[in-house]
Design a protein around this ligand. Structure first.
Ligand SMILES: O=c1ccn([C@@H]2O[C@H](COP(=O)(O)O)[C@@H](O)[C@H]2O)c(=O)[nH]1
Length: 270
């Protein structure tokens, strides 16, 4: 199956909500867990139990696992494996981006068959040039996985780079969108190159109309983005839009049934 087909199947079963696993130190405290690899493991596996098989996509935030070194990365590998076993798509939020052969190595790590860090998709940073992502785009296509490329991020500082106007009159964000649209052109039900467009970006001055791929919308929930913001930005049907929420759901833990109820409430609100 292509990544677009996997997404379509997952959305038909569970709707578009993506839930993040972000083991913030403050959340470990709130859940009564230690700020150690053991605490991280308990936190992450509780989240897997709550979200696996109940949402279309789960997005572990790699940074919070890397904090604990090799033991944290081992927990991330287990999270990826258990979520995939549950039938839930895994988007590893690692925001990788580099040049040539280094990008090829990242592609192998996060998108290669048999790699313990490979989920179903990974987030990528295009700010070394969209073309530098080519090894990842190729590996994703070969292995039936996907990538989500940062375009208009949810943080206010993103505009310092992303809304800058290039010599051809387009913003940097629009340039990224256009490259992604070209890569996805003609693919049904949608392409394997997704974009990240935050729910908090205010007015969109970009044209997404030719983009035939999934859009990850972070900033929904804890960062202030609402369902109304999503509808205003992406249109009432929000086709191919995956709102993602981490802290706003995770704050209901560690009780698994409370986490599940929180997920269900957000799914209904969408
Ligand atoms: O533009 C972006 C890109 C990625 N993120 C990531 O999403 C989650 C958001 O967490 P919340 O707790 O729901 O705010 C986090 O992992 C970010 O690194 C983003 O927020 N904005």
């Amino acid at each position: 199956m292509t990544f677009g087909e996997k997404l379509a199947k997952a959305v038909a079963a569970h709707g578009p909500l993506c839930v993040g696993i972000d083991p913030h130190p403050s959340l470990l405290d709130a859940w009564g867990l230690s700020r150690t690899a053991e605490g991280l493991e308990r936190f992450a596996l509780t989240a897997v139990e709550a979200f696996g098989g109940k949402v279309s996509v789960v997005k572990p935030q790699a940074a919070f696992f890397e904090t604990y070194g090799s033991r944290g990365v081992a927990v991330l590998e287990r999270v990826i494996a258990e979520l995939r076993d549950s039938g839930t798509l895994v988007l590893v939020d690692a925001k990788r981006g580099d040049i040539g052969s280094t990008m090829a190595a990242y592609a192998q790590a996060y998108l290669g068959d048999g790699s313990p860090l490979a989920g179903d998709a990974v987030t990528l940073s295009p700010f070394l040039g969209f073309g530098s992502l080519q090894p990842a785009l190729d590996t994703a296509r070969e292995t039936g996985r996907g990538v989500f490329v940062l375009a208009l991020t949810s943080n206010p500082e993103g505009a310092q780079v992303q809304r800058v106007v290039a010599p051809d009159g387009r913003t940097v964000a629009q340039t990224i969108i256009d490259f992604a649209a070209a890569r996805n052109s003609g693919i049904s039900p949608c392409g394997d190159v997704g974009l990240v467009v935050g729910a908090t970006i205010g007015e969109t001055d970009v044209d997404l109309s030719r983009f035939n791929g999934p859009i990850l919308a972070p900033g929904f929930g804890a960062q202030g983005g609402s369902v109304a913001d999503l509808k205003r930005l992406f249109g009432p049907d929000m086709r191919n839009v995956f709102p993602t929420s981490s802290r706003d759901v995770l704050k209901h833990g560690p009780d698994v049934s409370s986490l599940v109820s929180a997920v269900r409430r957000v799914q209904q609100s969408l």
